[in-house]
Structure formats: C-alpha cells, structure tokens
Write a protein that binds this ligand. Structure first.
Ligand code: SF4
Length: 397
C-alpha cells in the first residue's frame, strides 16, 4: 500500500496521478501498462479508493489530478461514480482535474457525470481521423466515432479539452497530421498534443516494421516536426513544450508541474511518484505492472529508488528545457543554492553566443531552433554536471 511510502506527509503542494490500466483492445504500438482482461476491474477500483482514503492525512494543497490509462472512460458508470466521488473527496479543490478518454465511449451521460464530480478537463486520445491509419495501428476508434464524440462534447461540455494526435506516420499515411489537426483547430480545441509514433520492442508494430509491412521515412520525420509546429503557431497556438501546443492560458497545469519537477504522487499499477522520504531524500516510487499484485494485501508492490543528487539535477535541466517557459532561475537557486549557469559554466557562454540558450525575465530556456537538438544540448549539460566532484543536496520541494 502507498502508506509505506508516505513517510513524509508534509508537502506544500502535490499533484495526483491515478492509473486505470484497462482497454478494450491493445493497440499495436502500445507499451503502456494496460490489459484487456477486465475481470479485476472492480477490485482494482476498490483498492484505489482505499489508498486514496489514506491521502487525507497528507498536509498539502492538491494542485492537479490526472486520471490516465489505459482507458479510464471504459469504466462502467457505477465504477466511474465510485472513483470520481473518492477523488472529489480527497482533491476536489484542485485547480485542474483531467480524465483521459477514448472517443468511442464518450456519451452525453458520461460527460454530465464528469461535470457533476468536478472534472474540468478532458484529454481525448483521438490519434487520427484517418480510418486506414487507425486500422493499421490497431485502434478501435473510427473517424465516425470521433465525430460523434465531438458533437456531444460541443453541445454538452463546457470545460477545458485537449486532443492527442499521432505524428511520424508510416509512408503510406504521411500527410494526414495537418488535416487531422485542422478538424480540431476549426472546432476551437484549445490544447493539442502531438506525439511521434514510436516503435517499441515486443509490440506488434515492431514485428510489422521488422517484416517490412510498414516503412517510415526518417528524413521526413524531422521536417514534419517543424511543419507541425509552424502550422499550429500560425493558427495562434503557443508551442509551450516539445509535444504540446495550446491557445495561451490553456497550458496543462498537471504536465507543467511535472516538467517543473514539482512533487507528484501516482496511484495504481505502473504509476510513478516523485516524493521525499522521512530523511528528506528524494525518492522515485514505481508501482509494478501487475493488477493482481496491486490488489493483493501485504504485498511489497512499490519499488523505491533514492534519486542521486547528480541525477536529480540533470532531470531538472532535462525537464525544464523541454518547455518554452524553461527553468525559473530564482526557484532553481532556492533549491540548488546556485543559479543554473553555475552548473553549466563550461558550455553556457558558447550556447548563449550561438543563441541556443536564452536567459530572459528570470528564466533560462532554449531557442525554438535549439529545441530540435535538445538531446545534443542535454549531453553537453550532462558532461558539465559530471565535471563537479560534489553536487549540493537540493532543498526540495
Ligand atoms: S488505448 Fe491507449 S493505453 Fe489502451 S492499448 Fe491503446 S494506446 Fe495503449
């Protein structure tokens, strides 16, 4: 149970992630922890609710809640009600409460239920409107079900919304992304996440690539990143993180907190938390990828790793530089005792001269062009950090 890792119960703010690992069918590219066997669904939700009741003892302000999966809106109405009422009980005051949805299960009743229990943001996993591409990657959704879902959303949903779109499509479907985005831009969807399709080992997509049934064009992929981002920026969206775009003011609070290295607690199978233990050390807590282990009593379900100061410092740079907002220099100083350029002094002058790294208005961030070579910049940062014999102990969170 999570009580074993909640040794420190004093956080100024926290975010809560809840993992619902059930799906109707496994998509061919998916390596998230999700199952099509739903026989333990009710027991799983009851276990989550039991864990959530322990959270009332934490002295914190819950800033955001994110119910992800899997497919949370696959849950039958009575289980959704149970889960959402327990979330409302613990973290009902959170500024942002998101639930991930697959379009084919969205209906008027479900939307009303979300509103009734305080959910104020839907994250809809559309991925594409191209039926051929959806079939190729093993999605159960069809364009028709997306259109039906969005006609319900347009009429009955009054809160925030985001859609996920897949880019980096195989050659036969390469030109669909802009068309798909247009559908949602015209509808005024204020937040669009565009993720590149990745080929993960041990997935059916991997075998399809090995057997050459699917071919990708790597050269087009890097051009596509610029095309997508220019197109959305031109339409008024702010490119506020490598894969995320929004009409200004609609940034995801939950994800921003994650990129800004604020503490968060993850509940459920495969969920991850970044917290501190009672000695003040920063720990990463990972739930195992097993529903039966999660629901079993007296089981050591979570793996706990102490994060080394050096690794945590690198994560700070890695996460902060993903965003247009970058790293807040004053906050960084209050945690690390020095400003960010102290740790990267071997590269900062040149990076500033080449206009890759910018410091402005108390922030340190990457230029738009430099974000395309983020990995190379991170390698340089890593070697700067490695040149220090000792890294200070962070005063976190
Ligand atoms: S719906 Fe999402 S979590 Fe479920 S199998 Fe597909 S990609 Fe994976």
């Amino acid at each position: 149970m999570i009580r074993d890792v909640l040794s420190c119960t004093d956080y100024r703010t926290l975010s809560l992630y809840i993992h619902i690992p059930f799906c109707l069918k496994k998509c061919f590219y998916c390596d998230f922890f999700s199952l099509t066997d739903v026989s333990a669904m009710e027991l799983y939700i009851d276990t989550l609710i039991e864990e959530m009741s322990l959270l009332k003892s934490i002295n914190t302000s819950w800033e955001s809640v994110y119910i992800g999966g899997g497919t949370p809106n696959l849950l039958p109405e009575y289980l959704l009600k149970k889960l959402l009422s327990s979330v409302a009980d613990v973290a009902g005051d959170s500024r942002e409460q998101t639930i991930e949805c697959n379009p084919e299960f969205i209906n008027r009743k479900q939307i009303k239920l979300f509103s009734d229990y305080g959910i104020n943001r839907l994250s809809v996993g559309v991925q594409s409107l191209d039926d051929g591409f959806l079939e190729l990657i093993g999605r159960t959704t069809k364009r028709k079900s997306v259109e039906a879902a969005f006609s319900v959303i347009e009429r009955y949903w009054e809160n925030n919304i985001s859609v996920d779109i897949l880019a980096n499509r195989p050659i036969s479907h390469i030109y669909g992304v802009i068309n798909d985005m247009d559908f949602f831009i015209k509808m005024g969807v204020p937040h669009i996440s565009v993720y590149g399709l990745t080929v993960e080992k041990d997935t059916p997509l991997y075998s399809m690539v090995i057997d050459e049934n699917i071919i990708f064009d790597e050269e087009y992929a890097s051009q596509e990143w610029f095309d997508i981002s220019s197109y959305l920026v031109d339409k008024g969206y702010n490119h506020y993180e490598i894969s995320n775009f929004c009409i200004p003011g609609n940034e995801s609070i939950h994800n921003m907190r994650y990129w800004q290295m604020e503490p968060y607690l993850g509940l459920g199978a495969s969920a991850v938390s970044t917290l501190k233990d009672k000695e003040g050390r920063i720990i990463r807590v990972s739930g195992k990828r097993s529903v039966s282990d999660y629901c079993a009593e007296n089981n050591s379900f979570y793996n706990i790793d102490i994060i080394d100061n050096r690794d945590f410092l690198f994560e700070f740079f890695m996460m902060g530089l993903r965003t247009a907002h970058g790293i807040d220099i004053e906050r960084f100083k209050s945690i690390w005792g020095y400003s960010p350029d102290f740790f990267i002094k071997n590269m900062i002058d040149q990076a500033v001269k080449q206009k890759k790294i910018i410091t402005d208005s108390g922030k340190l961030f990457l230029s738009f062009d430099a974000r395309a070579v983020l990995n190379k910049i991170l390698l340089d940062i890593l070697s700067c950090i490695d040149s220090f014999d000792v890294i200070p102990i962070p005063r976190w969170p």
